[in-house]
Every structure is written in C-alpha cells, then in structure tokens.
Design a protein around this ligand. Structure first.
Ligand code: ATP
Ligand code: MN
Ligand code: MN
Length: 308
C-alpha cells in the first residue's frame, strides 16, 4: 500500500526527449530547484558549458536521493547507463583498461541528471588526446581563516604572474570556497610539461610569499594560508566543470567570471541557477574570448619558472 502511494506521487517529465523520473523531487531550497529544474538548467547552459567540458573524461557526483542524502563520485560506467553518457576505454596507471564517462552534448548532461548527477568534474584533456592538457587549473584553496578578499587578490596575482610569462587566464568561482584560475591551451601540453609548469610556478609563488601561500598538500601548514592546488594538472585528475551546480546548500554554481567583476564579488558561492539563467539571457559570457586563444606552454615559459 505504502509503495503504491509512493509511486502515485512520483512524477515524470521530458527534457530534450529524455525521461526525467522523480521530476518534482526537491534538490535545493531557497531558491527551490527540483530534479527537472536541474535537468532543464543543464539543457540550456550546455551551449556555454560544452566548449570547455565536452569530450573530457568526466567524474560525476551522483546524489540519487538528493544532495542531503548520500552522494558518490563515479568515473566508470555502471549498469543501466544510457547511451547519451558516452564511454571511452582508458588505460589506467596499473595497466588495466576501464571505461570512462564523457558527454558531448546537452542530452548527455540531461541524461546524467536523470542518473542523479548534480556535479560534473572533468579531466584537463579530451578523449581524442588524453595525453595532453587543453587547460591548466590553479585551484586556490583557502584555509577557513582566509578572507575571500585575500583569495581574490591571490587569483589576480596569479593572473599577473601568468600574464608576465605570456599566458592569458580566466577566473571561475568554484561554488565552494575558492577560485580556479584557468589557462586554456589550444596548443596542447604533454601532461609532463603541464604538471611541471603548474608545480614550479605554484612553488615559486609560495616561496616568495610564504606567509600567504603554500604549495604542498599539508593541512597543518595551511593555517591562515592559501593552498595553491596545482595537482589538478595531472593525467586523470579532475576539476569541477564550469557551470556545474554544486551539491551544497542552495545549489551554488561553479561560475566563470570576468576579471573585472571578480573584484565586486564577496563569496565563491554566490551564483545560483537563477543567476546563471539570467546571465545567459543577458548575453553575459565572461569566457567568450578564451575559446579563441591560441596559446601553449613554451620551452622558455617552462624555463622561466625553473623546470628543467
Ligand atoms: P572549493 O573552492 O571549495 O575548494 P573545489 O571544487 O575546488 O571547491 P576541492 O576540494 O579543492 O574543491 O577539489 C578540487 C577538485 O578536485 C574538485 O573540483 C574535484 O574535481 C576534485 N576532487 C576533489 N576531491 C575529490 C574526490 N574525492 N573524488 C573525485 N574528485 C575529487
Ligand atoms: Mn578548490
Ligand atoms: Mn583542491
């Protein structure tokens, strides 16, 4: 009897031709976002998101009962995965081959939501060139005692350091506590170079200002400092995709911002789905230019930061 009642309350709807079950399940409140709202969000944000996220092996954060219940990261396909979520065989460090997930269109994102996905995390390379990075990510992770003002200044200092080396970068507030400074690379960088460069530059910044930065993982040494997490720049590492919703209270979005507007923000988790929809409507596209940047890591850049 109970089971039947539950089923009667279940609703379904279609987004881009994909059946969304439990469509009215409330995932976030204030603003209220149901499962079908989330599916529709990913359906419309896809055009902005996919130039950066399509065809990158993905790790999805699934919360089948909603973000207040158990969530888990999934990087390999499992039973019942729909065709819209594609698979690519990848050789792992131990030599085993596993099928990784990726999406290449709006329907893939919507299908992921149907599977309970809230967050999409991506590699820094694409399925046709797994061995070379198409972006660098500097993930600024502040200790809780660090103010957002300080994190913003760190992001701007990092932008300037990159600019001095000849690299343009974009900023994304993570939807959590920090900022990701991202260097789009059209001339792909072998992982070895990407990692060595990110590590050396991060270490250099931390060496120059050890009161404010740390470039090693140590939680103990992070007190009062910003950890420049350069470890996103490895084959197989992921970072949250631009425009991904986060499975945290209120459903904040990992949001691309312009360097100008970053100065006015007071938190990394201030953008929510309605804000992003509004930005789409008004044509606000902070990373529009970045798609055409034709930059890559050069020997002299690697040398400048002190790699071999
Ligand atoms: P914040 O700004 O709050 O730090 P964040 O997304 O940058 O948010 P981090 O903890 O710094 O969160 O993690 C950086 C990235 O590393 C994540 O976006 C995610 O892609 C990846 N990551 C971290 N922990 C895990 C995990 N347990 N499983 C899979 N990926 C993870
Ligand atoms: Mn982070
Ligand atoms: Mn991190």
């Amino acid at each position: 009897e109970k089971k039947r009642l539950a089923r009667e309350k279940d609703t379904a709807g279609d987004v881009l031709g994909i059946r969304i079950t439990h469509a009215d399940r409330l995932l976030f409140s204030d603003p209220d976002i149901t499962k079908i709202d989330l599916a529709r969000y990913y359906g419309v944000v896809a055009d902005r998101m996919l130039p950066f996220a399509a065809r990158h092996p993905a790790s999805i954060l699934r919360c089948p009962q909603g973000p207040d219940h158990q969530c888990f990261y999934q990087k390999h396909a499992s039973d019942g995965f729909p065709d819209e979520i594609h698979q690519v065989p990848i050789e792992e460090a131990d030599g085993d081959i596993a099928n990784y997930l990726y999406v290449d269109d709006a329907r893939g994102l919507v299908a992921a939501v149907q599977m309970g996905t809230i967050e999409l995390h991506i590699w820094g390379s694409t399925v046709d060139r797994l061995d070379a990075a198409d972006r660098l990510v500097f993930d600024l992770d502040p200790d809780p005692s660090v103010t957002f003002e300080t994190v913003k200044n760190a992001a701007i200092a990092l932008r300037d350091a990159l600019e001095t080396l000849g690299l343009k970068s974009v900023a994304m507030v993570s939807g959590g506590k920090g900022i990701h400074v991202i260097v789009p690379l059209l001339r792909l960088a072998p992982w070895e170079d990407a990692k060595a460069f990110a590590k050396a530059l991060s270490a250099k910044i931390a060496d120059n200002d050890p009161d404010n930065y740390i470039a090693t993982m140590s939680k103990a040494k992070r007190k009062g400092r910003i950890f420049i997490d350069w470890l996103r720049n490895e084959r197989g590492s992921t970072a949250v995709a631009p425009y991904s919703v986060r499975a945290r209270a209120g459903g904040p979005v990992a949001t691309p911002v312009s360097w100008d507007e970053l100065g006015d923000l007071d938190a990394a988790n201030g953008f929510h789905i309605p804000d992003i929809l509004q930005r789409l409507e008004s044509g606000t596209d902070p990373w529009a230019e970045a798609k055409d940047w034709k930059q890559g890591l050069t020997k002299s850049m690697l040398k400048s930061v002190g790699t071999e």
